[in-house]
Design a protein around this ligand. Structure first.
Ligand SMILES: N[C@@H](CCC(=O)N[C@@H](CS)C(=O)NCC(=O)O)C(=O)O
Length: 197
């Protein structure tokens, strides 16, 4: 259900990288132990644990680290400009996570209420302009491309699809009609095997 670890799962599937994965289930009590906090200081996932014991939190950092270790197939960009643009689009997606998460959780009853989540509809109203801003930005970004930064899936698509899929699949959100390019992109990515992880 959680979009942030799923960014990494989708990236691993797209790259064909096989590493051991440990899943945690909400409400994530075992992620608040001292042992886990030593691995991920915020008590959040994802966290990448290396063989020498180093632990790297944060989905964006984990994916870029893996991209350096496994540069083929390239999913960041061939040139400095392409890489810079990919990072910019990833940042736009990352900025959407908090507003979208709050919007979908507070907008209508959802699965998180099973974990004692208290819904406040005014919070959804507060975040709606930020949600619209992110959607408009990404609709402009994709332009006539098949994927967010070009004609094949790249790192920003992994981040973006994980976020859209969580809001749509788990929280019943629908991409509004006024974002047809994002609607088409979402359907296109949905057909990829990585969308199933
Ligand atoms: N900026 C972090 C955000 C990580 C994050 O918020 N993870 C959520 C799951 S989507 C989590 O661990 N939630 C449990 C909690 O906060 O206790 C990243 O991109 O990795």
């Amino acid at each position: 259900m959680a979009a942030n670890p799923r960014r990494v799962k989708i990236y691993l599937a797209e790259k064909g990288i096989n590493i051991e994965q440990v899943d945690f289930l909400a409400p994530y009590a075992e992620m608040k132990t001292d042992e886990f906090l030593r691995k991920s200081p915020t008590g959040r996932i994802p966290v990448l644990e290396l063989d020498d014991g180093m632990c790297l939190p944060e989905s964006v950092a984990i994916i870029e680290y893996l991209e350096e270790l496994y540069p083929e197939p390239n999913m960041l960009g061939e040139t400095e400009r392409e890489r810079a643009w990919s990072r910019a689009v990833t940042a736009i997606v990352s900025d959407c996570v908090i507003p979208w998460g709050n919007y979908v959780r507070h907008r209508a009853p959802s699965v998180v209420e099973n974990y004692g989540f208290k819904r406040i509809p005014a919070v959804a109203e507060f975040f709606l302009p930020s949600v619209e801003r992110g959607l408009s930005a990404l609709e402009a970004v994709i332009g006539d491309n098949n994927f967010l930064v070009g004609d094949k899936p790249m790192i920003p698509d992994c981040h973006g699809f994980a976020l859209f899929h969580a809001t749509i699949d788990k929280f019943g959100y629908e991409i509004p009609e006024k974002y047809p390019r994002l609607q088409a992109w979402y359907q296109r990515f949905l057909e990829r095997p990585s969308a199933m992880v």
